[in-house]
Design a protein around this ligand. Structure first.
Ligand SMILES: Cc1cc2nc3c(=O)[nH]c(=O)nc-3n(C[C@H](O)[C@H](O)[C@H](O)COP(=O)(O)O)c2cc1C
Length: 329
């Protein structure tokens, strides 16, 4: 079974992807990249297309609903020569995406998805894939039409998130529907939704998918990929603490390297100073590694007062040394 890291906007940049690859992810995805922004020459959008040495195979995910813009994006992405495939996002339920006619808005319109995939395929020799959902709502299951759009345009695979758009990112994952899709598919299916441990991965594997995609659970536990591949028992409390500390330090080091790369490659784009850049990620992502530890709430509040890199290191030091004391019941 292959295990892949899901595209997660604001999280799956090169720094985190490299960490997940080192810890066992077979494939990772960029955050979703706007085809319209690429077509209109937005330079900051290009930051999302940066990759780092040692990342392993990365697929570039693009979003949009205008075939010409997607074709332009496909040409640009292909010309970079960095990515193993191009993925079209037809599943994001965020209001700003759906209101623009992109992401999950397209699930109701398989013909549009067909036209978009065709436009992408016409401009690249990279494999093209589709990431979508089982349908817009329980009374409208469109996944087989979406599969047909992917297969008839020569796509190399389809990822299905086993939730309806109406569920956003919560509620049950419809494994029965994923299994039905697999039965119909002539291309490999990647299953996604709610995988956080070995039992949930085993249930997904029983649907017959060729690969399993993990999103949110990887944010705090990037070692999940390797553990699932090895069918390993969950780590002990002490082992978990050690892994969280190691992941924090490696993730931070990767971010420092990525910041240097962005500053060098985009000198006119006002990349934020290193301290601000790192703090942003510590507030939104890296503090997850300390979840459950004594003092994490105070640490998080304290982050608002931090101004310099030296302050950040001083605040992190006690968290790295804190002993995890599970609540006694
Ligand atoms: C914060 C966040 C950002 C996301 N960004 C993207 C994205 O850029 N592209 C995409 O196709 N899906 C995106 N998703 C959906 C995930 O890729 C995935 O399909 C979803 O989280 C279900 O998997 P999980 O239950 O393992 O988290 C995002 C989800 C979250 C929670």
């Amino acid at each position: 079974m292959k295990y892949v890291l899901a595209p997660l906007a604001d999280y799956t940049n090169a720094a985190f992807r490299r960490l997940c690859h080192r810890l066992g992810a077979d494939l990772t995805y960029t955050e979703m990249v706007s085809a319209a922004a690429l077509a209109h020459g937005s330079s900051p959008t290009r930051h999302l297309l940066e990759i780092m040495p040692g990342e392993g195979p990365v697929s570039c995910q693009i979003f949009g609903h205008v075939p010409d813009e997607l074709a332009f994006a496909a040409r640009e992405v292909t010309a970079l020569g960095r990515f193993v495939s191009i993925d079209l996002n037809a599943g994001c339920p965020m209001p700003r995406i759906v209101q623009g006619g992109d992401g999950a808005a397209m699930i109701r319109n398989p013909q549009l998805i067909h036209d978009c995939l065709k436009a992408i395929r016409s401009e690249t020799d990279l494999p093209v894939t589709l990431k979508t959902r089982v349908g817009p709502s329980p009374d409208k299951v469109t996944m087989l039409e979406l599969l047909d759009a992917a297969e008839s345009t020569g796509c190399s695979g389809i990822t299905v998130h086993g939730r309806f758009t109406s569920q956003k990112h919560g509620g049950p994952v419809h494994l029965d529907l994923i299994a039905e899709l697999v039965r119909h598919a002539r291309i490999p299916v990647t299953g996604n939704g709610g995988i956080s441990d070995l039992p949930s991965a085993e249930l997904m594997a029983q649907t017959g998918v060729a690969a399993i995609m993990i999103g949110r659970a990887a944010l705090a536990s990037p070692w999940l990929f390797g553990d699932l591949k090895a069918a390993a028992d969950p780590p002990s409390q002490d082992e978990r603490l050690a892994r969280q500390n190691a992941a924090f330090s490696e993730h931070l080091a990767n971010l420092i390297e990525l910041h240097a790369q962005l500053s060098c490659n985009f000198p006119d784009d006002h990349v934020p100073p290193l301290g601000d850049y790192l703090l942003g990620f510590v507030r939104t992502h890296l503090f997850h590694y300390f979840k459950g530890r004594p003092g994490v709430g105070e640490f998080r509040r304290h982050l608002n007062e931090i101004r310099t890199l030296a302050d950040l290191h001083a605040a992190v030091e006690p968290m790295l040394n804190a002993q995890y004391t599970p609540a006694t019941r």
